[in-house]
Design a protein around this ligand. Structure first.
Ligand SMILES: Nc1nc2c(c(=O)[nH]1)N[C@H]1C(S)=C(S)[C@@H](COP(=O)(O)O)O[C@H]1N2
Ligand SMILES: [Mo]
Length: 326
């Protein structure tokens, strides 16, 4: 992955980085209440309140209620940026490629098969997945390992709801996400840069953490193809590559699965890949980040936060050396 050093970026902490989480959440809830009348159309609307983030004339709307406990105060990234600056290597390695080439992805019909250490394997179609639990809007930071970040109003529900339905056996210690790999639909597969299909994984307790989002939409609509339609995960305290797009299979496993970026370069992309400003990538620092949309000449760098600011997850790693298990 490439990294740009930007000498024009200086380091000023933001209010959002020095505000305690609870204050943050209640302020966000207040803003959400006001949004319906006062600031509708400003980009802070509610997906479920008719003042959605709706940005496309053709995309299907997806109603969801804002969950203010899972909404950061940071200004959401412009829809235009979130849908034209993407990593989705199956559709090309340039950030602009997926928006141009992912139109060929056929997202309906779609099924996700549940396999491995479960009492009974089964498949879910998109309708069943959408109705499995109430849809929530959650505003999460997404921090790419390359050093940039976005703030996206996702729509989905905690992956734990699906895990509960899957009814894994006591042997299930890990979960693996297998994503679509179809040469006919994905021009990037002719480039053997990664081993296709792109796969990712989590430890079971990470997968069950309420923050881990089974994601079906964003900005009040179903996911655009370039953002991983029709179903992906979003794991906001980990580097972006852990958030696998266009999932077709979920496997419950005894052993830690191999994952696409780890197989590509194990010393650079660890299985855990928790956002950590104190553990540098071998080829660049992870101490700061560039927020997409703030990249004008005077844009300053933001300090990268431990666990991307999601301190709730710290308990998952008690007693673990996060420099070793990076
Ligand atoms: N299947 C698949 N999922 C993927 C990727 C990919 O190349 N293929 N890229 C990852 C990376 S590196 C990032 S940063 C995020 C980007 O998600 P976004 O485009 O919705 O912002 O998707 C992740 N999920
Ligand atoms: Mo990324």
């Amino acid at each position: 992955m490439l990294i740009k050093i930007r000498p024009d970026q200086i380091d000023i902490p933001l209010a959002s980085e020095i505000t305690p989480r609870e204050v943050f959440a209640s302020r966000r809830a207040f803003i959400a209440k006001m949004a319906i009348g006062a600031i509708a159309g400003s980009g802070l609307g509610l997906a479920g309140a008719g003042s959605a983030f709706a940005q496309s004339a053709t995309a299907r709307k997806l109603a969801a209620k804002l969950n203010s406990s899972y909404a950061v105060m940071d200004k959401p990234t412009a829809y235009q940026d979130a849908t034209t600056y993407n990593n989705y290597y199956e559709f090309g390695t340039d950030k602009a490629d997926p928006a141009k080439t992912a139109g060929t992805l056929k997202t309906n019909p779609w099924t996700v098969s549940i396999e491995g250490e479960v009492k009974k394997p089964f498949t879910l179609d998109l309708d069943a997945l959408t109705k499995l639990a109430p849809l929530e809007e959650r505003i999460y930071r997404l921090r790419c390992v390359e050093g940039w970040s976005m703030v996206i109003p996702w729509i989905g529900y905690s992956l734990s709801a699906l895990i509960k339905k899957a009814d894994p056996t006591g042997n299930a210690k890990y979960i693996e996400f297998v994503t679509l790999a179809d040469k006919k639909q994905m021009p990037g597969l002719s480039d053997p840069i990664l081993q296709w299909p792109y796969t990712e994984g989590l430890r079971m307790d990470e997968a069950n953490h309420p923050l881990t989002l089974l994601t079906l939409g964003m900005y009040g609509e179903v996911l655009p193809n370039q953002n991983g339609a029709p179903v992906r995960v979003v794991v906001p305290w980990k580097y972006g590559f852990k958030s696998a797009k266009s999932i077709v299979k979920i496997r419950f496993l005894k052993e830690q699965p191999k994952t696409a970026w780890n197989m590509y370069a194990a010393q650079e992309y660890g299985f855990y890949s928790n956002v950590n400003p104190n553990v540098d990538h071998p080829r660049w620092s992870q101490a700061t980040e560039r927020r997409i949309g703030e990249d004008g000449f005077f844009a300053r760098k933001r300090k990268t936060l431990m666990f991307n600011g999601y301190n709730d997850v710290a308990g998952l790693y008690t007693g673990m050396d996060l420099k070793k298990y990076f």
